[in-house]
Design a binder for this molecule. Sequence first.
Ligand SMILES: [Zn+2]
Length: 284
Amino acid sequence: MTSTAPVTKQVGDFRITALQDGAMMGNIGLMPDFDEAKAQAYCDRMGVEFTRKRMTSVNCFVIEGPGGTVLVDTGSPPDFNKDAGKFPEAFAAAGFKPEDIDTLVLTHLHVDHWGNMLRREDGEPFFPRAEVVVTKSDYDFNHDDAIFAGLNEARQTAVTRARACCAPYTGRMRLVADDAEIMPGLTYVTMPGHTPGHSGVLIESGGEVLFIFADLAHAWFWQAPFPDWSVLYDLDQKQAAASRRKALARIVENGWPCAGMHTPFPGWCRVEPDGDAWRIIPEI
Ligand SMILES: [Zn+2]
């Protein structure tokens, strides 16, 4: 997908740079409650062709501001899919070096977000100086052996890998409460369900705002008009749907411009109300 939108945005004192880790295929089969008749009727109303698959992006964001240089998420590892895993190249091409990052903020501990915390060549931390911030709720979920024992094999594999990414950062991880302030101007907005501590990052400076809504919508085209259509990756699909509704309403109520990890690159978008639901409109 080609974009003409600028990859940087100024939000008060913060300069935000979007980085593309790559692409990801969205498939309606990932949403167990997908209703094809409703979907078709929606497409007819919108004048858009119905498609079962839609290519979307894996995005990360660098925030440069008064509190230093912050990276939000790290993209995916090389085995995630053949079209992604390009974070190291995108990061370098944007002029950043690993030692530039003062703070790594994770929206949650999933593979396409922790994927480049470690260097591919030697498994050492990719970011030699960064403090790593994550919600305590997400960290604890991934580090509790009793919870681990109850997970299916695929989730156990994912948690084992998440633990391996966190371990070398021991001593420089900051676990924070849901909805906590990360630093002046940056605040987590926790939207549990996708994972227990899944959180967006609200950037506020000089009267300007940008809400990085993380994985609020994996299928941006479908999940705002049909917020109850959660994806198989959601740990608690009902809770994810409730969080999605609450966050979409809050975004519209406050008129927050947004950025998504899985909205078309560079990820910038806005949310509009549509009857008793919403629409996500990518800025591309
Ligand atoms: Zn994701």
